[in-house]
Design a protein around this ligand. Sequence first.
Ligand code: PA5
Length: 480
Amino acid sequence: MELTGSIGMKGGFQFRYQNLIGEGRVTVKALKDLQPAMEQAVVAVRKIRVEGFSKAHLSKDGTPEHVYFPRQAYLEQGNPNDEESIERLEKLGAAWKDSVDAAVFIGIGGSYLGDKVIFDLATKPYWNQLPKKERNGYPQIYFAGNNVDGTALQGIMRTLTLQAQHVKHPLHIQLVPISKSGTTMEPLTSFAALLSYMESHPEWFTVDVTAVTGLDEDASLLYRLAKENNWPAFSIPEGIGGRFCILSNPGLLMCAALGYDIRSLLEGAREMSELCLATEGADNPALLNASLKYLAAEKLGADIEVLMGYGDALQCLGAWYVQLLAESLGKRTDRNGKTVYYGRTPVVAVGTTDMHSMTQQHQDGKRNKVIQFLEVEKPAEPIIVKNPFPQEKAFALYADKEMNVLLKAALTANETALTEDGRLNARYVLPELAPRYVGQLLMFLMYSIAYEGELADVDAYDQPGVEAYKRIMKAELAKG
Ligand code: PA5
């Protein structure tokens, strides 16, 4: 196994891992000893891609359930996406452009986080405050249903009502409830509240609904409602769990709504998928990422994992990854039923913001963390720091520098300080925030999780732990 310290795609995503390996870190010997298990993990994940099943994975009803996350990248009939489904999304995007004033995406967990990631990456800051022309005719975007929070919901109603009263009426609103099960409390209640409010004010609002849900009439209340009310419905296919659905209809509908290039996003995902399926050992970036963190946890007690994106737009990507890691690998038992209490606690950090808070703990606290930096090499909007204070020597340090140069200096300084103290860290690098590279990164993270599930022998595709509170909550609510 040749360890070069950096691996990735030519001209694309890179994984720099040299600060995870060495004396006091993950040793080369430990990695070599893991090689047979890594080989098995490669075979198992190839099997998932081909057969669509993962060893011992069952749905929450106890029946075998497909695992289709790699298939999202391949446009083929029978896969989560095909040519027809992409064209349907593109048509929806074209129809909404210029005609829809605001779209409210209503979902939680996997039915929210992926959409928020795409929104943050596809739009300019303060999107909803920009004039429509600056938004190229694309709608304002709001999020609801990602909590049970009446104040937040009132805030959306009030904001849209004020727009209708003072700017334009009726406002053309698209409500987009997203729920795979079609029965989740948070999105259903928020959707119901928004729909009834808007329908009771036809002088202010024209409301349309586009539902995204599992197309199973018996199981999904949302799908039944869509059929009864003739709302267009987009599927969340069987085999795509919430935390993996950013690359199928839920996430892609947000892309369509904002003109974000779906085909490039999936092309990048496909490139990463192909690389992972074709390579082994240290040539496989996701396998290496998974193996190093597995060993860091097992041998060095690194049971906290920080994803620290440099730039505000990357914060929600961290939140999306938190769900992916926590739900996939946080498991009480392995696939043989043995109690293992596996998984790391995921943490989102943002550079440089959290260098003024969490970094103290990363640098001096317990040696139980892997810090992963996420860097975007080329900024979307370069901006030079002018110097209105030429007499101030202290300001000369920053004067006439490009903001991105300052950001990079901060990242490198953080990385160097951790490394000099023997702290585990790695860097993920994207050339720029273009959809293709985002697709590569998302697939890299999904494959990393899949490989680590194999190494730890846990089911990375179920989430039995969330059923415990749901049972208690439903019983309480049923009491009235
Ligand atoms: O990953 C998951 O499965 C969960 O986080 C779900 O996405 C979340 O609970 C929402 O479920 P649903 O889409 O059925 O409303």
